[in-house]
Design a protein around this ligand. Structure first.
Ligand code: NAD
Length: 368
């Protein structure tokens, strides 16, 4: 008799953060445990403080020990940080600063935001059904370069007493290649259509961007590459979003377009994201914030957190089987008519965060 192969164990750092963070994280973790049992692997979870709660406990929103634990794990699973009570702190101590520290500390340069619409939630969108039905696109945003980081930057005094505000949009060819490869690889796993968004009619930095993307295309002959100016892309996203499969773009354009694209679905509580580097663990988190207005009330929608767990399995740990199981369970629970308050509509049954979690566990159990 041959011995069965050992079951893999994945180490994930759990960062619950602030506001609704602990509530949605609890559901996310239960779901991850359930799929591990179903698919025969196990977790080594290590929880660490981040954000306002970390500041309150230790005086810094991203303690060194937290970053160390993240670096030593296979993946980082984050809920949300922030609370209005920390708004008066100096900028470097605010909870949101922890996110920038994590991105930099883990070298996360690619931000992936899928935009998919669940048929049961089509009416939550402000767009017409025929425009968004079956929409399934992915925005890939460069996260660590471009105008948010380029130098020179600042507000400078001119000799004549006039002030001049400056930011610099700059990309190295290697930075474009790096994000381009992520996008082409993703397109290969999807419908093999990649749209690179720039402003090459006006900006030199965009001309370099377009040149590098075009060069890269030679390595991916199966992918159909197109280019679009960012102003047109903003328009096309609301006109006919179904034309897109993967969109790749720089930091500033990606910031704006990924928010626009995510709102096509109409419900912030449903949207996951992933941030990846060349090596080391990725970061998986919902798009929404810590929703302090509903914290502790069992009203939060845990689905974005749960779907971020599915992204962690697919893109961080190469477990598409378990990812699909989670996505199927979400669809099943929505089909059964259960909704948290933020996505409720006539004829649906409103449940709290905890009960939504329980329904998801039952659905995972039933997935074949
Ligand atoms: P938010 O996303 O927290 O909330 C916006 C609105 O959406 C609120 O009405 C909230 O109740 C609702 N909402 C958000 N997530 C929900 C969920 N899962 N279920 C049900 N309703 C949900 O944005 P905000 O109010 O502008 O910011 C609150 C705090 O979060 C701030 O401190 C902000 O800096 C921080 N923030 C953090 C992140 C992050 O951790 N990645 C992102 C954005 C904002």
């Amino acid at each position: 008799m041959t011995a069965s192969p050992p079951q893999p164990t994945y180490t994930a750092t759990l960062l619950s953060g602030d506001g609704i963070g602990p509530e949605i994280m609890a559901v996310g973790v239960d779901v991850l445990k359930a799929v591990a049992q179903k698919f025969g692997f196990s977790w080594n979870f290590q929880a660490a403080p981040i954000g306002g709660s970390a500041y309150a406990a230790s005086g810094h929103p991203l303690p060194d020990e937290t970053l160390q634990l993240c670096r030593q794990s296979d993946a980082v699973y984050l809920a949300a940080v922030g609370d209005f009570k920390y708004d008066t702190l100096p900028a470097h101590l605010r909870p949101e600063q922890a996110l920038l520290g994590l991105r930099a500390g883990l070298g996360l340069f690619a931000n992936l935001r899928p935009v998919q619409i669940f048929p049961q939630l089509i009416d939550a969108s402000t767009l017409k059904r025929e425009a968004i039905e079956d929409i399934d696109l992915m925005v890939v945003r460069e996260l660590t370069g471009g105008i948010y980081f380029g130098k020179p930057k600042g507000i400078f005094q001119q000799e004549n007493g006039i002030q001049r505000g400056v930011n610099t949009m700059a990309y190295l060819d290697s930075e474009v290649d790096r994000i381009g490869k992520v996008a082409f690889e993703l397109a290969m796993k999807r419908d093999r259509k990649l749209c690179s968004v720039d402003k090459a009619n006006v900006l030199d930095v965009s001309q370099l961007w377009r040149q590098q993307m075009t060069k890269l295309a030679a390595d991916y002959p199966a992918v159909e590459l197109s280019h679009m100016y960012v102003d047109n892309a903003a328009m096309q996203l609301v006109r006919w979003p179904k034309q897109f499969d993967v969109i790749v773009t720089g930091n500033l354009f990606g910031d704006i377009l990924s928010d626009e694209a995510s709102m096509l679905t109409g419900s912030i509580g449903m949207l996951p994201s992933a941030s990846l580097g060349t090596e080391g663990p990725g970061l998986f988190e919902p798009v929404h914030g810590s929703a302090p207005d509903i914290a502790g009330l069992d009203k939060a929608n845990p689905i974005a957190q749960v779907l971020s767990g599915a992204m962690m399995l697919r893109y961080g740990l190469d477990r598409p089987d378990a990812a699909r199981c989670i996505e199927g369970a979400v669809e099943q629970v929505l089909e059964q008519g259960y909704r948290t308050g933020d996505i409720a509509s006539e004829g649906t049954q409103v449940v709290g965060c905890r009960e939504m979690g329980d329904r998801l566990l039952t659905a995972i159990d039933r997935q074949t």
